[in-house]
Design a protein around this ligand. Structure first.
Ligand SMILES: [Zn+2]
Ligand SMILES: [Zn+2]
Length: 474
């Protein structure tokens, strides 16, 4: 059975029931979220009916919000189509074709084939103004869907030599659909729009397969900004841990940096009964693991930000009575401050080298291993502006300051590449009536996005973009 889902189109029912005075005062759609009835997901066939209901609420909302409402059936249809046809990282060909075709229809200058399947669309407003880039990610995950959605994915793909189920278990279908929604309204506003907008549809945010390049760093390397230097970059992500209707943002370090590392310890093999005849890489590895705990507990200034050093793999040895030749450690370092990140990585190398040397061993250290993400750092001044825009579009009570989160993103590569400020916010996606704390998380085969998030994310991002560009109305 389907879980109860929030229905974005049902808002107008609650809104129409309010007095005319309340209606005049209310320009913030999500205020009615707590009154929205829990409903089963409407099948696509019911969309026209719901659209008619949704259109009736337009008078209550800012004109740009109403334009999102008008585009919502199309945004929802895009999302469902993408959900049903998910594609793994670096294989987003169908998705890219859909995106490019829609952007062309809307009048954007379109470039394709960036970082394999990436698409960008540029819209020049009729008036001079700043330049803004907004990014959505397009890839799905090697996860076999376990929802009962009528448009659930039955797709399969090849991953690490195996046939796997493919699912939009991280909500990138919603991100792509919402950015197309933003594209739709911006195109309508073009005659009165200042500045220029680049919409970035990025492949492989979840990480390219081993041995492949991909994602934001490859977009940058492939020249996404060669003809367009944005003054700011915006991004957003749906999140199961927050209820639909809520958006969240944090100034400063919001998501952690992520650095994978590998340390190979080279000892000397000997009989386990005669360890003095060899150099034991397992003992050296154990000392490195223990001493590395002092990076966070004794070396980093945790008044600034927290950090994490985790060893996830410790491999070594074949037989109980053989001191092996080598041992391997793999792990991850997370930080919320680029300085602390650099210090943690340097300390880890220092500890590994010196402990190895003290025991007569040597190491080969890949610190980092090469698939890193920087800190997702929200420029504080720009975040304050974006937060005001989100409050304007969605109502102040629906915008919260999120806690920092040790997950990571490749989004910050864009801002870092140009030393341009960026802001990244979260859009709640768990249906009302379900505890977000226990709802299936992003990447779960049961991850279930409430489609009310589509209206919220599109309206929030649109308002943030319009305010940044200095749009004053048509
Ligand atoms: Zn993900
Ligand atoms: Zn994601």
């Amino acid at each position: 059975m389907l879980r109860p889902l929030y229905n974005p189109f049902a808002l107008s029912v609650a809104q129409r029931s309010r007095s005319a005075a309340a209606r005049r005062n209310s320009r913030k759609i999500p205020r009615t979220f707590d009154r929205a009835p829990a409903m089963k997901l409407a099948p696509l066939a019911a969309l026209p009916l719901l659209l008619a209901t949704g259109a009736a609420s337009a008078a209550d909302t800012p004109s740009t919000n109403a334009k999102v409402d008008a585009a919502l059936p199309q945004i929802t249809a895009w999302r469902r189509d993408l959900h049903q046809h998910p594609e793994l990282s670096n294989h987003e060909t169908r998705t890219a074709q859909l995106v490019a075709a829609e952007l062309k229809k809307l009048g954007y200058d379109v470039r394709t084939g960036i970082a394999h399947t990436g698409v960008v669309g540029v819209l020049k407003g009729a008036k001079p103004g700043p330049k803004l880039a907004i990014r959505a990610d397009m890839d799905a995950l090697p996860v076999t869907e376990q929802t009962e959605l009528p448009f659930a994915s039955h797709a399969t793909g090849e991953y690490l030599g195996k046939t796997v189920g493919v699912m939009h278990a991280c909500g990138h279908d919603a991100h792509t659909a919402m950015l197309l929604g933003v594209a739709t309204v911006l195109a309508q506003l073009k005659p009165a729009l200042p500045g220029e907008v680049m919409l970035i549809f990025q492949p492989a945010e979840e990480g390219a397969a081993p041995g492949e390049e991909g994602g934001a760093p490859l977009m940058v390397k492939d020249g996404v900004f060669k003809d367009f230097k944005p003054d700011a970059v915006f991004g957003m992500h749906v999140r199961s841990a927050m209820p639909v209707g809520t958006v969240a943002v944090l100034p400063g370090g919001e998501l952690a940096s992520s650095d994978t590392f590998r340390i190979v310890i080279h000892g000397r093999q000997s009989h386990g009964a005669q360890p003095w005849a060899g150099i034991d890489p397992i003992v050296v590895g154990a000392e490195i693991v223990v001493d590395a705990q002092t990076i966070v507990s004794r070396q980093l200034d945790i008044n600034k930000q927290p950090a994490v050093v985790t060893f996830g793999i410790f491999n070594g040895g074949q037989r109980f009575n053989i001191v092996p030749e080598t041992a391997e450690l793999h792990g991850t370092v997370r930080a919320f401050d680029e300085g602390m990140r650099a210090q943690a990585l340097k300390s880890l190398r220092n500890i590994a080298e010196h402990i190895a040397a003290a025991n007569g061993a040597t190491i080969t250290a890949d610190i980092p291993l090469g698939d890193s993400n920087p800190v997702t750092y929200n420029d504080p001044a720009l975040t304050a502006r974006v937060r005001a825009s989100l409050e304007q579009a969605l109502g102040r009570e629906h915008v919260i300051e999120t806690a920092r989160w040790t997950a990571s993103e490749d989004f910050p590569y864009y801002g870092q590449a140009l030393k341009t400020p960026s802001v990244y916010f979260f859009v709640g996606s768990t249906a009302l009536g379900i505890d977000p704390a226990t709802a299936p998380v992003n990447h779960s085969p049961k991850f279930l996005l409430d489609e009310g998030a589509l209206a919220v994310g599109t309206k929030g991002m649109l308002q943030a973009a319009l305010d940044f560009l200095g749009y004053k109305g048509g």
